[in-house]
Write a protein that binds this ligand. Structure first.
Ligand SMILES: *Cc1c(COP(=O)(O)O)cnc(C)c1O
Length: 292
């Protein structure tokens, strides 16, 4: 790929416009992000994994003009930069590449370049500076290592450290309970069964009912959920079903039910069982899942 690229940029028509920077590292990056006014990133969606370089440009006063993919799909709004694409995937369709290339040149010609050269009496590009300040003010607090490390620490590492101390206290009494709970769950899980799901639709609601056979398992150790994927413009739905009692003849069999608004077809939904515990992280420490 590098050979193809260097070969391509040696052609006379490409030569003045493109370069290949080898050994991209933090030192080179430092110079790039400090010296750039507009950071243009044009991956084909969905191939931008993140776009960290666009974030590094922010604190240096650079403005992003990028495909609505990776971080820019989350961060973009019109007052802070420019966007390419419609946020959908178009594969490697050359017609779509042409549409986006045209859109890039239009943006540069009609918006980006005029704004950069529109100067006041003191040679300040006032609209440009306003956009730069909006970009820095609204994006740097969200898209920074400072924010990320703080969130990991507060939401993950500190609770983990606390849980460890609780489990280790008293010669590991709590930890031992958790291992027993996990062993009981693992022993019982292969025998778990879900009945067929019944659904009744009335008054704009679906009522779902199911029976779950939980042999040798405290029903509190299982959580039964109604689940639907996020498709056709709908958000995913994950809703706990309520245990409404033990069913007639079979012990260890419990009935569950729940209602949802009938805005989506009942066939979008399925039932599943996952482990449930207040002291164990599900699914991290107990990844079992039984789908209907
Ligand atoms: C920022 C950075 C990257 C990531 O760049 P992207 O454009 O986000 O892929 C890779 N390597 C180095 C050295 C960097 O500083």
């Amino acid at each position: 790929m590098i050979w193809e690229w260097t070969h391509f940029i040696r052609q006379p028509e490409a030569r003045p416009h493109a370069i290949f920077l080898s050994d991209y590292d933090m030192l080179l990056t430092e110079h790039l992000v400090q010296g750039v006014d507009v950071w243009i990133n044009t991956p084909r969606r969905p191939w931008e994994a993140c776009g960290t370089s666009g974030m590094k440009v922010l604190v240096n006063g650079g403005i992003n003009l990028s495909e609505l993919d990776g971080w820019w799909a989350e961060a973009y709004s019109p007052e802070i930069g420019w966007a390419l694409g419609d946020g959908l995937e178009h594969g490697d369709d050359p017609a779509w590449d042409a549409v986006e290339a045209e859109a890039l040149y239009d943006l540069l010609e009609r918006d980006v370049i005029p704004e950069f050269y529109a100067r006041d009496g003191q040679d300040i590009p006032t609209a440009w500076v306003a956009r730069m300040r909006n970009s820095m003010a609204s994006l740097t607090p969200r898209f920074s290592a400072d924010r990320a490390v703080r969130e990991y620490t507060e939401q993950r590492y500190l609770p983990c450290a606390k849980a460890y101390r609780e489990r280790a206290a008293d010669k590991g009494a709590e930890g031992r309970k958790i291992v027993d709970w996990q062993d009981a769950l693992e022993a019982a899980w292969p025998a778990l069964k879900l009945s067929a799901t019944r659904v009744e639709t009335s008054a704009g609601q679906h009522l779902f009912e199911v029976e779950v056979y939980l042999p040798g398992l405290d029903p509190a150790a299982a959580r039964v959920e109604l689940y639907a994927d996020g498709i056709d413009g709908h958000s995913p739905i994950r809703q706990e079903m309520e245990r409404v009692g033990q069913t007639g003849n079979a012990s260890n069999t419990y009935a569950y039910r729940t209602r949802v608004l009938a805005v989506r077809p009942a066939t979008d939904f399925t039932v599943r069982v996952i482990p449930s515990s207040t002291s164990v992280a599900v699914p991290l420490e107990s990844p079992r899942i039984l789908w209907r």
